[in-house]
Design a binder for this molecule. Structure first.
Ligand code: HPA
Length: 169
């Protein structure tokens, strides 16, 4: 295990994402169980094994924390698509067929690098909107920033609970 230059061994990542599921809505939190392997560009850190990149032990611990603090934590596959634009409805439809549950513009490059460094990760998406074409809302960066705080209180509880479990909360 290489670890980061700062000595970190574990990372807790959060992002804003659009939901592709009819049971996951703005304000919900989704624990990322995997990324879609079909989406995204190669980085210069090639040939990184991504099986269990989203640390199963940390995920299991976070699910336990969510139960303990009473936060409804969904779980699903996060797809990283083209950046920095939002998707077209056709792209959302395609991602859904490929098995993605949420879509966003971050996290996947960080996870690939984290895996390269031997870090253990856990990542949570704060759902800010339904994917393009799935709802009536007009998706924009402003909309994302306005909606992200809805899940923030639950996310704070999760992070505090998680750190408490490590004796740091
Ligand atoms: N697509 C991509 N990134 C996002 C979205 C979305 O619908 N919502 C928040 N970040």
């Amino acid at each position: 295990m290489l670890g980061s230059g700062l000595g970190a061994r574990q990372l807790f990542v959060a992002n804003a994402a659009g939901s592709l599921r009819s049971d996951t809505f703005p304000g919900d939190l989704m624990l990322i169980s995997d990324r879609s392997p079909l989406i995204g560009e190669a980085t210069d850190k090639r040939f990184v094994n991504l099986v269990d990149a989203y640390g199963p032990d940390m995920r299991a611990r976070l699910i336990e924390v969510a139960r303990g603090v009473g936060v409804d934590l969904k779980s699903g596959v996060y797809a990283w698509y083209s950046v920095p634009n939002f998707e077209t409805p056709a792209e959302i439809h395609t991602l859904h067929i490929l098995g993605a549950d949420a879509v966003g513009m971050s996290t996947v490059p960080e996870v690939i690098l984290g895996q390269f460094l031997g870090l253990e990760w856990v990542a949570v998406s704060a759902i800010t909107n339904m994917g393009a074409g799935m709802g009536d809302e007009v998706i924009s960066h402003e909309h994302t920033k306005a909606m992200a705080p809805i899940g923030a209180q639950n996310l704070e509880q999760l992070i505090r609970g998680f750190l408490r479990g490590r004796g740091e909360g």
